[in-house]
Structure formats: structure tokens, C-alpha cells
Design a protein around this ligand. Structure first.
Ligand code: ADP
Length: 418
């Protein structure tokens, strides 16, 4: 065949450009293959077209899509590289035109038998990936009306094969990515299940330890009190860590775990007695709470609100110095209720203000940490706030402490219905 590149007419070029656009946007491999053979048959005026892809692992060709009339799932057979026409096109990496397949010893009758089609002639071209390596073969079968394929048909098929090779590779990568993503999700679920089971199992023996230590502390003489206090403190700390892990299960259960009701945020904060928080008292910190005179009704799960506020207070206490000051404020802001908690602690670098809400993220490097914790409190707070349809964010400037703000939609009486 004359290999000098012929000119294609403008209409055909425009068609190929349009096909290229469509193929590049198709990520479903089966749809893509079917589209390619349909276009190949149509553009070359062939009775049918077929596509064979090289399996990178087995290095065999797979017959992926067949004639226009035969659905692709009917033919998915393997074709050997060294005893087939397609195999020769791929290994020699060049186009071939077999005008009468019955005279070619490499012709394999099996495919015809499987799809009930009689092949007379094959115009085949190799398909290449972006790196120009052959990845498959595109074939046009039997020129309609019994004539010969033209040089334009050959050129059209070659261009289509190049577009198809890249599109197929893209679709494969996309599928691999989707699969990797699904595996990651599965692993993430396993991790979540593990955390839920482990934290649940740890809670029971820990309650026993806490119970007995408190009892022994009261029974033992004053000379042992300090030692028992240390054990007690460590066990209480452990309980807080386990509670954090347990709280994850609320988050993972999503809105299903929420029991929302109209709650006055002002009374809720008042009843939490944040001023008397034991750890703040132990660090001689002052927690100052400012509440408005009016009720601020919000639709929330009260237990979860307490978890959220508790997590923010724990952080404020943990990241503020001894004798520090923590300001809590509840206020109405337009159609929202805002809960703000501000400390005079270590502050948060501006570029980390978003990241601290990610699971297990901590500003301090895990190996050089001075503060205890697992990096879960804020992610739980954020996810729970968002389950309530609210927002949470942090502000911190010049490392002069941090402020966390929660915004929740107010439950307001309907207006304008007079
Ligand atoms: P943990 O406190 O267990 O480390 P969190 O998810 O509650 O986990 O917080 C993540 C990180 O955000 C903390 O490790 C800390 O670096 C930063 N952070 C949270 N709250 C404050 C705060 N009030 N002041 C300074 N840094 C904070």
C-alpha cells in the first residue's frame, strides 16, 4: 500500500475532530470501544469494524468489541499474538490490508464463527498510547458493496486509531483510579470499624480500673493519695481519648444518629458549667462565659452539641498556659446563633487554620509534640456541626491565642404571616 499520507476532505477532518472530542470525554471503556468501532465502520464505509486490545499483563490481544450488529459483550475472546492478523499488525507495528483473508494462513476462523459474521477483507492499523507504544489494533472489515478500501480509508482509520489509543488509555487510567478510590474507601471503613470496636472494648476494663482506683484511693492512707491521684488522672485522660474515638461513630453514622430538637443554646451552654471545668481549674485558668438575655433556639442534638463544645473547650484549656483566660460567648448574629470560644494560648499559624479540622491532623509534629491528643477533636466537631447544617471555623492572628466560632441557623417564628 502507498504510505504517502493522502489529504482528507474537510468534512472528514471535521468529523474526526468531533469524534476526538467525544472519545476523550468518554470514561466508560465499553461505551468507548463500541463508539470507536461504530465510527470506524461508518467512516470507512465497512460492513463492520473490530477492536483488539493488548492486555499489558498477559501480553495477549483481547477481542473487545465486534461488528455493529453484535453487542460487545458477545465477543471477548483472546487472540494469540503470533498466529493472527491482528497479532502481526501489533507486533510489526504497521498497518496491513488483507484483501482476501481466506488466502492468509494467519486468518483465524474462530472469531467469525463466534459472532456469526463472514470476513472477506481486513484493513487493520495499530493503536498507540501517548508514549507511542502499540496498545491494540483497529480493524475495518469488508468494504460495503464488495470493493476495495481506499487510501483515504486507511488514513482515516489510522487517525481514528491514534485518537482511540489515547482515549482507551485514559479510560483505563480513570477506571484504575476509580478502583483505587473504592479500595481506599474500603480501607477507610475498616479503619473506622476498627476504631469503633477497639474503643468500645477498651471502655469496659477502663471503667473497672477507674472504679477500683477511686475506691482504693479513699481506703488507703493519706501517704498514698498522691500516687493514686496520678493513676486516676492517667485513667481519666485515657477515658477522654477513648471517648474521642467513640464519638467518631456518631460522625460516621451521619444524620441517622442525630436526634434533633429545638434547644435554647443559651441554656445549654449555661447548664454545661464551663466555668467549673476541672482541667481549666487544675491549670488555674479562668473561663468567662457571656450569654445574651434572650433565648436562642436552634434545632440540634443536645448530646452532640455538648460533644462539640466540650472538644473546643478541651483544646482551649490544653493549648493555653497556666493562669490563662478563656472567653466563651453566645450571641445572635442575624438569623444565626453564634458560639465563640477564645483563648490566649499558643495560637494557630494562618496556613493551618483549615487543615486542623482534618482527622488526625495536628499542628505540632507527632514526634515533637508537647500536648496530648489524637487529632480527632476538631474533625469530630466540624463533622458534627456540618451534620447540623452549621459552620465552624477558626481565627488566630499573630499567635495571640485562637478563636473558634460555630454558626447555627436560628429557629425563628414565621414572619409576615399576618
Ligand atoms: P488534638 O487536640 O487531640 O490534637 P484536635 O482535632 O482537637 O486534636 O486539634 C487538632 C490540632 O489543632 C491540635 O493538635 C492543635 O495543633 C490545633 N488546635 C486545636 N485547638 C487549638 C487551640 N485552641 N489553640 C491552638 N491550637 C489548637
Amino acid at each position: 500500500m502507498n504510505t504517502q499520507r493522502p489529504k482528507l476532505n474537510a468534512e472528514r477532518m471535521a468529523r474526526l475532530v468531533e469524534i476526538s472530542r467525544v472519545l476523550n470525554a468518554t470514561t466508560n471503556l465499553d461505551h468507548l470501544l463500541y463508539r470507536i468501532i461504530t465510527e470506524a465502520a461508518d467512516l470507512t464505509n465497512a460492513e463492520a469494524a473490530s477492536i483488539l486490545l493488548l492486555d499489558p499483563k498477559t501480553q495477549q490481544l483481547h477481542f473487545k468489541a465486534s461488528s455493529n450488529e453484535v453487542p460487545p459483550e458477545l465477543a471477548n475472546m483472546t487472540v494469540s499474538l503470533d498466529s493472527s492478523i491482528a497479532g502481526a499488525i501489533l507486533t510489526e507495528n504497521k498497518p496491513m490490508y488483507i484483501q482476501d483473508v481466506s488466502k492468509d494462513p494467519r486468518w483465524n476462523q474462530n472469531v467469525d464463527n463466534t459472532i456469526a459474521f463472514r470476513t472477506r477483507s481486513i484493513l487493520g492499523v495499530p493503536m498507540h498510547n501517548v508514549a507511542q507504544a502499540p496498545v491494540g489494533v483497529l480493524e475495518a472489515l469488508n468494504k460495503k458493496g464488495g470493493g476495495d478500501f481506499s487510501i483515504q480509508d486507511f488514513e482515516t482509520l489510522s487517525i481514528l486509531a491514534d485518537i482511540a489509543g489515547v482515549a482507551v488509555e485514559q479510560a483505563r487510567l480513570f477506571n484504575e483510579l476509580q478502583q483505587a478510590n473504592a479500595e481506599l474507601n474500603e480501607l477507610d471503613q475498616l479503619k473506622t470499624d476498627f476504631i469503633a470496636i477497639a474503643s468500645h472494648e477498651l471502655r469496659t476494663p477502663l471503667s473497672v480500673i477507674l472504679g477500683y482506683v477511686s475506691f482504693l484511693r479513699d481506703e488507703a492512707g493519706p501517704e498514698m493519695t498522691a500516687q493514686f491521684d496520678n493513676v486516676l488522672q492517667a485513667a481519666v485522660h485515657l477515658r477522654a481519648l477513648i471517648q474521642d474515638m467513640l464519638n467518631l461513630r456518631y460522625v460516621d453514622a451521619g444524620t441517622a444518629a442525630l436526634t434533633r430538637q429545638k434547644v435554647d443554646l443559651v441554656s445549654l451552654v449555661q447548664e454545661m458549667n464551663l466555668e467549673r471545668d476541672e482541667t481549666a481549674v487544675a491549670k488555674n485558668q479562668t473561663v468567662h462565659v457571656t450569654l445574651p438575655d434572650q433565648e436562642l433556639l436552634v434545632l440540634v442534638d443536645q448530646d452532640m452539641m455538648e460533644v462539640i463544645i466540650g472538644n473546643l473547650l478541651n483544646n482551649a484549656v490544653k493549648f493555653s498556659p497556666k493562669d490563662g483566660r478563656i472567653e466563651v460567648k453566645v450571641q445572635r448574629q442575624g438569623r444565626e446563633a453564634w458560639f465563640r470560644i477564645k483563648d490566649n494560648g499558643v495560637g494557630i499559624p494562618e496556613d493551618q487554620l483549615e487543615r486542623i479540622f482534618k482527622r488526625f491532623y495536628q499542628v505540632e509534629s507527632p514526634l515533637r509534640r508537647q500536648h496530648e491528643g489524637m487529632g480527632l477533636g476538631l474533625s469530630i466537631a466540624k463533622e458534627l456541626v456540618e451534620l447540623h447544617g452549621g459552620r465552624i471555623w477558626a481565627e488566630s492572628s499573630n499567635r495571640e491565642g485562637s478563636e473558634f466560632i460555630i454558626a447555627l441557623r436560628l429557629e425563628l417564628p414565621p414572619t409576615g404571616l399576618l
